[in-house]
Design a protein around this ligand. Structure first.
Ligand code: 5AD
Length: 446
């Protein structure tokens, strides 16, 4: 058997794609290895969202070049968003690369790798192709939690973002194919799925007949043996009343919502082309809390977008405090050639971005810490997913609101169980607890 080494950068969809690639190549007698030096084929799955992500890939390709110098038959492939976006640039800057292919070509990875091994190089495959659901099983199918891609692409054209150019137009997988994939995962022991899409709540608009994420939730909810449904990432623009109602009505959908805000300033939101105002965003949060008071929110923020003033930044801080997020991912604006904001006037200096980043993280610590503190004393439903990282004598799991909980209970419960845990300590980044007694278990379940 030939050996394959996979290096994955970026988002959950890339992780998912890498698994499909491993599955497809396994069908062609490639086995995965953790040892890059042993590999016949090395594939680097790339991310283009920020400049730092791209720098990492080029430095990794430099390492691989040295390795290949001592092993000329080794095939180096670059896949994913950078492949789609940069194509020739990759081959020019990294001539050791044999194969470059974008996400539309993933389904044909077997053939592409074989051709590269027959010295048909360099091979460039970055054209459009219809979306296909790859059914090749990943090498390890037994897992408690899994990602399931339900749609690809994005048509929102936020001015900072490269995704419309890397993942193409919005294309949804048919509900039946998604349900079949979930059923298979559950048969292998999976209890929680995260439905993935760059704008997952735009799901289904392109299908005939059209459908939506709320309807998909209902179908996936019917899969017996599945316990939890999560989904990411949503865009406030497509957040419809049926989806809000589904958060309440579909039991397996967890009380956790990732809803990127990007900025709390209407002026910035307009320049970002986000399609909503601060007031509209806050109305959506209120509507979601109305149907589900226990809802936890997480978000993405960009600091230092072109033209962002101290006053705009202060508005972002305000919204973060107002919403009371459970988790916030803060990014410094990264100028992406080809994305409209790259050419906007009033680019913000690196120093100012770094300063706002640091100040915002302080706010985030305070706000998310306070959210965690509220949970002290509550009894919460936990999906046990392993032993605690810090203390092997303890178990670890996650609440439905996506908080990590470490708790005693070794020997009494097993990985994959759903248990009720009483929270004894609410630390900023994790909860500690103890298995609840039956009386405690009935009082609070989320
Ligand atoms: N610079 C900084 N952050 C960005 N993001 C997307 N594009 C950029 C960029 N050019 C962030 C957004 C998005 C998250 C996945 O990455 O916050 O929600």
């Amino acid at each position: 058997m030939a050996k394959l080494h996979l290096i994955t950068y970026g988002c959950q969809m890339n992780e998912y794609d890498s698994e499909r690639v491993a599955g497809l190549l396994r069908e062609r007698q490639y086995e995965l290895t953790d040892e890059v030096a042993e590999a016949d084929v090395v594939l680097v799955n790339t991310c283009a969202i920020r400049e730092k992500a791209e720098d990492k890939v080029f430095s990794k390709l430099g390492e691989l070049k040295r390795l290949k110098a001592g092993k000329p038959e080794m095939i180096i492939g670059v896949m994913g968003c950078m492949a789609q976006l940069h194509q020739e640039t990759i081959l020019r800057r990294a001539p050791q690369v044999d194969l470059v292919f974008g996400s539309p070509a993933i389904a044909r990875v077997g053939e592409l790798v074989e051709r590269a091994r027959r010295h048909e190089r360099p091979l460039l495959e970055t054209g459009e192709a219809p979306l296909v659901k790859i059914t090749a099983k990943p090498p390890s199918t037994e897992r408690l939690k899994a990602f399931v891609t339900v749609m690809e692409g994005c048509e929102k054209h936020c001015t900072f973002c490269v995704v419309p150019r890397t993942r193409g137009r919005e294309r949804s997988h048919p509900p039946a194919a998604i349900v079949a994939e979930v059923e298979e995962l559950v048969a292998g022991g999976c209890r929680e799925v995260t439905l993935l899409g760059q704008t997952v709540n735009a799901y289904g608009r392109d299908l005939t007949p059209p459908t939506d994420l709320a309807e998909l939730f209902a179908r996936v909810n019917d899969v017996a043996g599945l316990e939890r449904i999560r989904f990411t990432t949503s865009n406030p623009y497509n957040l419809t009343p049926p989806l809000i109602a589904a958060m309440r009505d579909v039991p397996k959908v967890c009380e956790w919502f990732h809803l990127p805000l990007q900025s709390g300033s209407d002026r910035m939101l307009e320049r970002m082309n986000r399609g909503y105002t601060r007031a509209r965003y806050l109305d959506l949060i209120a509507a979601l809390r109305d149907v589900e008071p226990a809802m936890a929110f997480s978000t993405d923020i960009i600091v230092g977008f072109p033209g962002e003033t101290e006053a705009d930044f202060a508005e972002t801080v305000e919204v973060i405090e107002q919403v009371g997020y459970d988790n916030v991912f803060v990014f410094r604006y990264s100028r992406r050639p080809g994305a409209p904001a790259a050419d906007m006037p009033e680019q913000v200096s690196d120093d100012v971005k770094a300063d706002r980043n640091r100040r915002l993280l302080e706010v985030v610590e305070r706000v998310t810490g306070a959210r965690s503190a509220r949970l002290a004393g509550r009894t919460m439903e936990v999906l046990v997913d392993g032993v605690s990282r810090r203390n092997p004598g303890e178990l670890a799991g996650r609440t439905r609101c996506n908080r990590v909980v470490n708790f005693d209970g070794q020997g009494q419960v097993a990985v994959g169980d759903i248990v009720e845990v009483r929270v004894t300590d609410a630390l900023p980044h994790s909860l500690r607890g103890t298995l609840a007694t039956p009386e405690e278990a009935v009082c609070w379940s989320k």
